[in-house]
Design a protein around this ligand. Structure first.
Ligand code: ADP
Length: 231
């Protein structure tokens, strides 16, 4: 399965309206912000907060969420290592098209294997792609278990579950590390906001250099952005 056919007799057409032209129309460049982490680590939640804030700022966004993509484009794929590689490859290629269109694309995908993530990153230039590691301990993820998957795996019904039967390979040099352990209820606004700003900073939208933003503390001060961007 998934044997790549060679594209013989294919000559790409170069279009006059290119990324540069779209950047002028959009008001910002396209980016891919790739969130990787264990199931339940907070990828979708954080992407949601980041995109809400960016949207409110007039940034054109989209989220490629693992589970959502698996209901359509990737519904033929399962959770073996081979299928996960193909899942990541397709999402990366779609992300590349969307980025070229000028969108700031958040990818929320477990993407457990380093080699697959490196292949994905390899499709992009250095300013086009950011790897964000959502660093949440597996015990916390299993406790949250928003989709009941850890319980199923513990009962032996999900052999390919990442963090249980299958390994998660922690990123060695992520562009950004976010800790998905803040209390969302108590600090909902501040927390979501910090994450959003961190996401925006990661996407290079607010100026200063992308870097390690552990939990987003201090990001607001450093970035000089008004607080009321979420909601
Ligand atoms: P993933 O997309 O990584 O599988 P989800 O975002 O779907 O994870 O689920 C994470 C769960 O953890 C959600 O129920 C969310 O409300 C909860 N949560 C609690 N604290 C945080 C936090 N600080 N950051 C992100 N998610 C959190």
């Amino acid at each position: 399965r998934h044997v790549m056919r060679r594209a013989f007799n294919v000559v790409p057409h170069t279009y006059d309206v290119d990324h540069e032209a779209r950047v002028r129309l959009m008001g910002h460049a396209g980016k891919v912000v790739w969130l990787t982490g264990l199931p339940g680590s907070g990828k979708s939640t954080i992407a949601d907060a980041a995109v809400r804030a960016l949207h409110a700022l007039g940034v054109h966004t989209y989220v490629l969420d693992g589970d959502n993509v698996r209901t359509g484009l990737n519904k033929d794929l399962g959770f073996t290592a081979e299928d996960r590689a193909e899942n990541v490859r397709r999402v990366a290629e779609v992300g590349k098209l969307m980025r070229d269109s000028g969108l700031v694309v958040f990818v929320a995908l477990v993407s457990p294997y380093r080699a697959d993530r490196e292949s994905a990153a390899g499709l992009f230039g250095p300013d086009e792609f950011l790897e964000v590691y959502i660093d949440t301990p597996v015990e916390v993820c299993a406790e949250r278990d928003p989709k009941g998957l850890y319980a199923k795996a513990a009962a032996g019904n999900l052999p390919n579950m990442t963090g249980m039967g299958q390994a998660y390979e922690v990123p060695e040099h992520p562009d950004v590390v976010l800790h998905g352990t803040g209390d969302l209820d108590v600090g909902r606004h501040a927390d979501a906001e910090h994450r959003a700003i961190a996401g925006g900073a990661a996407a290079g939208l607010f100026g200063p250099e992308p870097g390690v933003v552990g939990g987003g503390e201090g990001a607001l001060e450093r970035l000089d952005v008004v607080p009321a961007v979420v909601d």
